[in-house]
Design a protein around this ligand. Sequence first.
Ligand code: FMN
Length: 189
Amino acid sequence: MTRLHVISASVRPTSAARPVAQWVADRARAHGAFEVTPVDLGTIALPFLDEPEYASSGVYTHQHTRDWSALVDSADAFLFVLPMYNGGFTAPFKNAIDFLYREWRDKPVGLVSYSAGPTGGAPAAEMLLPVLTRLRMRPAARSVAIPGIGGLVGPEGFAVPEGLADRLAGVLDDVAELAEQRAAEAVTV
Ligand SMILES: Cc1cc2nc3c(=O)[nH]c(=O)nc-3n(C[C@H](O)[C@H](O)[C@H](O)COP(=O)(O)O)c2cc1C
């Protein structure tokens, strides 16, 4: 089974990412192709990048980097659940990405974005694509954007909009297929 890490890519204490990521992780488990690990960036609480060497060196001096490295390394694929801030992805998430290099490389990734406004954070996901490509990750062809997030999360959790489960299933199918391709390449190399 593909080891899928569902990363809740927001660190605000009241982040909408948590209830959304919890639902996404449940759907990923139900999909059948994945062994799912939820990852909450808020709990991981990385500082700003403070390693003296480039991440590409793999030389890490801080325990928080080694822990983050081990966690990301243990995944075969990812789902990023990310908000949009001022038209783009968030600084803490970019920082968390920049901490590592080899650990992301070649791995499939699906994007689930959300925002208060009507775009559902699609511009943030678009903005992230060149970053993922630079890391030689394998972004899924399909992605999910959830608009009007303010009206969907509350004490009851996440009120799932109609049709969202089907759209997420498409992303999960894409990630599963990309992970299969990657595994097949590893066998033939
Ligand atoms: C700094 C900041 C900037 C935001 N900018 C936008 C924006 O450009 N467009 C939008 O639709 N919503 C924007 N929002 C609303 C967020 O998409 C919404 O509050 C979402 O829940 C934030 O994610 P979080 O709960 O994980 O922090 C912004 C929120 C914050 C905190």
